[in-house]
Design a protein around this ligand. Structure first.
Ligand code: COA
Length: 165
């Protein structure tokens, strides 16, 4: 397949679940652009800046030639138009993700009629992982090595050590 897929998200931080999805997408798409939503594009207040999140994802995906990492602000559809892309990729972990994803898909299609969205399911080992839970576990001194790629673990620890000082 020749299509480029845009994988948008907050990625605060990227988890092993996100990484699993990126690896799966590489088997299907010619190129995968991981698009990190900057502060004005995400309803969340990220702990890591967009620059930090992009740098971390670049480090994790450095040996994946099909993957590039970028950040965007404003509407996702405007970013996709600027990259001449029509396909977005999202992960579905459980039924509870569906309602929000359904709204997101319909709204984006209204804004950009060419918009298509592909949902992929991460391995069942990752269905309970979310960036918020990972941050909570890390903030309370728990072991997050199974939940974030090894390159990200020290960055996460560093944030909480700085916060505690
Ligand atoms: N494995 C593990 N966790 C996963 C996952 C996977 N495969 N896929 C998603 N998640 C988790 C994330 O960690 C995150 O957890 P958190 O809520 O605890 O942080 C949650 O599921 C969903 O986050 P994420 O995938 O990062 O998406 P998001 O919902 O934060 O991103 C945007 C939403 C950025 C795509 C959306 O807000 C957007 O398009 N913004 C641009 C502005 C715009 O166009 N708005 C109009 C939209 S119609």
């Amino acid at each position: 397949m020749k299509t480029v897929a845009i994988y948008p998200g907050t990625f605060d931080p990227l988890t092993t679940g996100h990484l699993d999805l990126i690896l799966r997408a590489c088997d299907i798409f010619a190129n995968v652009i991981v698009a990190v939503a900057d502060t004005d594009s995400s309803p969340k207040t990220p702990m890591f800046s967009a620059v930090e999140r992009v740098a971390m994802i670049k480090q994790v995906t450095k040996d994946m030639p099909k993957v590039s990492v970028d950040s965007f602000s404003g509407l996702l559809v405007d970013y996709m138009r600027s990259r001449h892309a029509t396909v977005a990729l999202r992960g579905l972990r459980a039924i509870s993700d569906f309602e929000y994803e359904f709204q997101l898909a319909q709204m984006n299609r209204k804004l950009y009629p060419e918009f298509e969205i592909v949902y992929m399911m991460p391995d069942e080992r990752y269905t309970y992982i979310s960036s918020s839970l990972v941050k909570q576990v890390a903030s309370l001194g728990g072991d997050v090595s199974a939940f974030v790629p090894e390159e990200i673990r020290p960055k996460l620890m560093e944030k909480f050590i700085k916060k505690a000082m």
